[in-house]
Design a protein around this ligand. Structure first.
Ligand code: DGL
Length: 277
C-alpha cells in the first residue's frame, strides 16, 4: 500500500485542546495524514445539557464520517467522550473510536498519599462514567473532583497568546490541593485536553509540587495499536486540514493552527450543524 492510499486519522475536540493529543499522535503515526476537527461553534462543551450535546455530536459525526472517510477517530475530548462514546460506537459501528477519559486508573496506581484530584470541565465531573471509573479503579483513594467553569476558555486564550492573571488561574486549580491527616494531594489528573497547554503555569502556581497527569501519549499509543504501521512507509510532510464548525476561526487561531502544521479549511460543516441543537 502506498502512502497516498492510507486513510487519514480524524482527531476531534470542542476546541483546540485536542491539539495536545494530535501532537503525540503525529509522533507515533508519522505515515498518516490527520484531520483536526474543532466544534468551536459549540465550545465550551463543559456547560451543555447532556441530551442536547449527545444529539449534536452524533449528528456532527454522521456528516464528518460521510465527508472524510477516516481510518479511525480519536475523540480528544473528555467532556464529549464520557458522555457520547457509547452512543457514537452504537450509531457508527463500522468506525473505530479511540476515546479520552479521565486518567483515574493510572493516578490511583501511582499515588503515594492516596489523595488524587481530577481537574476537568463541569460536564466531565458530573458524568456517571467518571463516577464509575472512581468506583472501579480508585475506591481505595480519596478522589477530589474539581469541575472548572473557566479553565478551558482560559487555556484557549493562553495558547493564543493572551495574558492571564496568576490569581485567576490559581483560583481554578486551588481546590485540587487537599491536605488531610498529614497527607497531601500528590497527583492531579488533567481530565480536559485543553489543560496540558497550561501545565507550566500550573506548576509555577501550585501550592506544592504534584504530578500533573496528561493522558495524551497513552491515547496516541492506543490509536497506534489499532492502526498497524505498513511496511516501507515514508514519513509524511506538509499540512493537514483543520475544520472549525464556526467556519470562522479568528486570526490568532489560524496562526496557531499553522504552527501545528494545520491549514484551516473553508466552511466544511454545513450551517445547520453549526447551530446549537
Ligand atoms: N477539551 C475538552 C475536554 O477534554 C473540553 C473543553 C470544553 O469544551 O469545555 O474535556
Amino acid at each position: 500500500m502506498t502512502k497516498t492510499e492510507l486513510k487519514p486519522i480524524l482527531v476531534f475536540d470542542s476546541g483546540i485542546g485536542g491539539l495536545t493529543v494530535l501532537r503525540e499522535a503525529r509522533v507515533l503515526m508519522p505515515e498518516r495524514h490527520f484531520i483536526y476537527v474543532a466544534d468551536d461553534a459549540g465550545f465550551p462543551y463543559g456547560g451543555w445539557e447532556e441530551g442536547a450535546l449527545t444529539e449534536r455530536v452524533i449528528a456532527l459525526f454522521g456528516q464528518l464520517l460521510a465527508e472524510h472517510d477516516p481510518e479511525i477517530c480519536i475523540i480528544a475530548c473528555n467532556t464529549a467522550f464520557t458522555l457520547v462514546g457509547a452512543d457514537l460506537r452504537a450509531a457508527y459501528p463500522q468506525m473505530t473510536f479511540v476515546g479520552t477519559v479521565p486518567a483515574i486508573k493510572p493516578a490511583a496506581e501511582r499515588t503515594r498519599s492516596g489523595l488524587v484530584s481530577v481537574l476537568a470541565t463541569p460536564g466531565t465531573v458530573k458524568r456517571a462514567y467518571t463516577r464509575d471509573l472512581i468506583q472501579s479503579f480508585a475506591s481505595q483513594c480519596h478522589v477530589r473532583l474539581v469541575g472548572s467553569e473557566n479553565l478551558a476558555r482560559m487555556a484557549e486564550a493562553y495558547i493564543r497568546g493572551e495574558a492571564l492573571a496568576d490569581e485567576a488561574v490559581l483560583a481554578e486549580i486551588a481546590p485540587c490541593f487537599v491536605e488531610a491527616e498529614g497527607k497531601r494531594t500528590d497527583i492531579v489528573v488533567l481530565a480536559c485536553t485543553h489543560y496540558p497547554f497550561m501545565a507550566n503555569v500550573f506548576r509555577r502556581l501550585a501550592p506544592w509540587p504534584v504530578d500533573w497527569l496528561d493522558p495524551a501519549e497513552a491515547i496516541a499509543r492506543r490509536a497506534r495499536s489499532l492502526v498497524p504501521l505498513p511496511n516501507g512507509f515514508e514519513p509524511l510532510n506538509g499540512e493537514d486540514p483543520a475544520i472549525f464548525t464556526s467556519a470562522n476561526p479568528d486570526f490568532a487561531t489560524r496562526r496557531l493552527m499553522q504552527g501545528f502544521g494545520l491549514r484551516v479549511m473553508a466552511a466544511a460543516v454545513s450551517a445547520d450543524r453549526r447551530e446549537r441543537i
